[in-house]
Every structure is written in structure tokens, then in C-alpha cells.
Ligand binder design. Structure first.
Ligand code: AMP
Ligand code: TRP
Length: 340
């Protein structure tokens, strides 16, 4: 007799469908870890379309981006045979658990989220919605609904993750241990924050400098141009010094992460060479790393039937887990006639 395999710990993460293409920060900061975690974790990954509503996309744009984002998860290596891949709004318990958590979240506590403060000050008071304010609570609901032990994200999500942990701990102290699993962030230090190529003091972001970002679906010419015109620092020597040479450090980080070579080995190889040499080679590395990704994404998008089947199956598996966990937590609040 074979021993029963032990259940694997659960990982959960999500990315918003707010652009036609993900960018290199999303890939190196999050998606790459998602793929690797599949070896040891029971993974649940979501296209978080409810979160994307906070930026007010048109319905056609949102529909298109949901599909494009799911196709990119698959192209990056999310394996639907091993992991659950689903669209957040297709599992209604996300919105339901958010309400329960809303009733446990302090108004001031939510108001302290730095992403909310940044986004709302950019938008101005009139344009800020309750949805934007509630965004981190919906994210906590996403995570707690799957009893996730780990959550792979980039550095910018650390504070949101901390709120998820606080809310899980609050459920446990109010209703007893075992009500919720307290999740741990998985933030890989080397690639936790990829910087804007035009402004190496800011994170690479969809809302940043248009030529400061590399989109995963960019054509090779655009990619090469973006890297060749990346802002580098004064001096000409290639050294690893993020505080003095943040632009060069960012390029070295990207090089290292895409080739799985230590930064020191790359610096060693470029001794006596100029920034231009590094840029030419890095452009080649990025283009060649992304070429198969772009091709695979196109294959998934060209076969809507297959993509729908994967997403249908994912939603069904996600609902199975979410319904059980939601029932457990809602019962603790006194909802449901059958509880005690
Ligand atoms: P979003 O596009 O905001 O839904 O982000 C999706 C994932 O990408 C999250 O885990 C972020 O933390 C991560 N991420 C976004 N931008 C960067 C960046 N510049 N560097 C590293 N990770 C990032
Ligand atoms: N807020 C995350 C971001 O902007 C996306 C997200 C939503 C998420 N729900 C999540 C990430 C749950 C991890 C786990 O990047």
C-alpha cells in the first residue's frame, strides 16, 4: 500500500486585468513565483476583475483584459492541471466575505493604507469611490476564502497583506482559533520591486512613464528601444550599487532574474565594458525570454473555447473551496439558520 500523500499547503494570489499586457514588474515580482510555487503548493490564482472595477474600465475593455490576463497567466506557466485558475467575479463568495470583513475593519485602519492614500490623492476627492477605499478588504477576502498559507506578491502589496493577516487574527480571536488561516507573504527580495526604466526611483507601473515600462507582449523592437533608452547613472563602470547607480542596478536585477545568474557573475563579465554593452545584451535577453511567452499567449487567445473551458473548470474548483470556507466563517457570525 502506498501512503496517502499529505495535503499540500495552499498558495493564493491575483493580478488585476487593468491592461492589455502585464509588465516585467508583474512577471518578476509575482508571476514567476506563482509558477515556481506550483511544485510544492496547492495553488489558486485569480484574475481579480472586481478589483479592476475600482479604476472604471469600459465593459468591453474589461472583458477583453480579463481574457488577455488569463491567457498570460497560462503562457507564463500556470498549469491548469495542477492549479486553480479562475475569474474572481465568478465566485460570489468574494463579495460576500468582503462584507463580513468590512464589519470587522476599522475605518481608520483602512484609511491608513498607503496605496489608497496615493491613489486617492492623485484622483482628487470627488473621484474617489468607496470601492477604492474597500479594495484591501476585498483582497483580504480573496486570500482568507481559500485558507491560503502563502501569498506571492511584490513589495507594493506588503501593507495589504499585513491587513489580511490582522483580519485573519481578528476572526480567530473573536470566534476561536481555526476560524481563519493567517497568511504569510512570499516576497522575493531581489525582484520585489522592479523600477521604471525612465525613473529608477519609482516602481515600474502601468500608471508610470509610458516608456519606463516593458510590457510582456511588446514587440521585440519596442523592447530593445526601451532598454537602450533606459536612464543610466553618471559614470560608465558597471557595478552593483543600488543607492548610487539605481538605473544600472535595475538593469542588472532584470538580467539576473531572467537568466538565473547571480548579479556578481554578470558584473564580473562586464568589467571594463560600458553601459551600452550591457544594454545591447540585456535587450537580447529580454526579447528572447519574452518571445515564447508572446507566442503562447497568442495561442490561448486564438482558441477561446479552450480558454473558456479552463476558466469554467477553475471557477468550479474555486467555488468548491470558497463555499466551504465562507460557510464556516459566516456561521461564526451567526448567519445561517442551521448554525449553533
Ligand atoms: P497589479 O498589476 O497591481 O495587480 O499587480 C500584480 C502583481 O505584480 C502584484 O503582486 C504586485 O505586487 C506585482 N508588481 C506590480 N508592479 C511591480 C513592480 N514594479 N515590481 C515588482 N512587482 C510588481
Ligand atoms: N491588490 C493586488 C495588486 O494590486 C491584486 C490582488 C487582489 C491580490 N487580490 C489579491 C494579490 C489576493 C494577492 C492576493 O497587485
Amino acid at each position: 500500500m502506498f501512503p496517502m500523500p499529505l495535503p499540500r499547503p495552499r498558495a493564493f494570489s491575483g493580478i488585476q486585468p487593468t491592461a492589455d499586457s502585464l509588465h516585467l514588474g508583474n512577471y518578476l515580482g509575482a508571476l514567476k513565483q506563482w509558477v515556481e510555487l506550483q511544485e510544492d503548493y496547492d495553488c489558486v490564482y485569480s484574475v481579480v476583475d472586481l478589483h479592476a472595477l475600482t479604476v472604471g474600465p469600459s465593459p468591453a475593455e474589461l472583458r477583453q483584459r480579463v481574457r488577455a490576463t488569463a491567457a498570460q497567466f497560462l503562457a507564463a506557466g500556470v498549469d491548469p492541471a495542477r492549479s486553480v485558475l479562475f475569474i474572481q467575479s465568478e465566485v460570489s463568495e468574494h463579495a460576500q466575505l468582503t462584507w463580513l470583513l468590512n464589519c470587522l475593519t476599522g475605518f481608520g485602519e483602512a484609511g491608513r493604507m498607503t496605496q489608497f492614500k496615493d491613489k486617492s490623492s492623485r484622483l482628487g476627492e470627488k473621484a474617489v469611490t468607496v470601492g477604492l477605499f474597500d479594495y484591501p478588504v476585498l483582497m483580504a477576502a480573496d486570500i482568507l476564502l481559500y485558507d491560503a498559507q502563502v501569498v506571492p506578491v511584490g513589495e507594493d502589496q506588503r501593507q495589504h497583506l499585513e491587513l489580511s493577516r490582522t483580519l485573519a487574527a481578528r476572526l480567530n480571536s473573536r470566534f476561536g482559533p481555526g476560524t481563519a488561516v493567517v497568511p504569510e507573504p512570499v516576497i522575493v527580495k531581489a525582484t520585489a520591486k522592479i523600477f521604471d526604466l525612465q525613473d529608477p526611483g519609482a516602481k515600474m507601473s502601468k500608471t508610470g512613464h509610458p516608456s519606463g515600462i516593458i510590457e510582456l507582449l511588446d514587440d521585440p523592437k519596442t523592447i530593445a528601444k526601451r532598454i537602450k533608452t533606459a536612464v543610466t547613472d553618471s559614470g560608465s563602470e558597471i557595478t552593483w550599487d543600488p543607492s548610487v547607480k539605481p538605473g544600472v542596478a535595475n538593469l542588472l536585477t532584470i538580467y539576473s532574474a531572467l537568466t538565473d545568474q547571480p548579479v556578481e557573475a554578470i558584473v564580473q563579465r562586464y568589467q571594463g565594458k560600458l553601459y551600452g554593452h550591457l544594454k545591447v545584451d540585456l535587450a537580447e535577453v529580454v526579447v528572447e525570454s519574452l518571445r515564447p511567452f508572446r507566442e503562447r499567449t497568442a495561442l490561448y487567445l486564438d482558441d477561446p473555447g479552450q480558454l473558456d473551458q479552463i476558466l469554467d473548470q477553475g471557477a468550479e474548483r474555486a467555488r468548491g473551496i470558497a463555499a466551504t470556507v465562507y460557510g464556516r466563517i459566516a456561521g461564526c457570525f451567526g448567519l445561517g439558520r442551521a448554525g449553533q
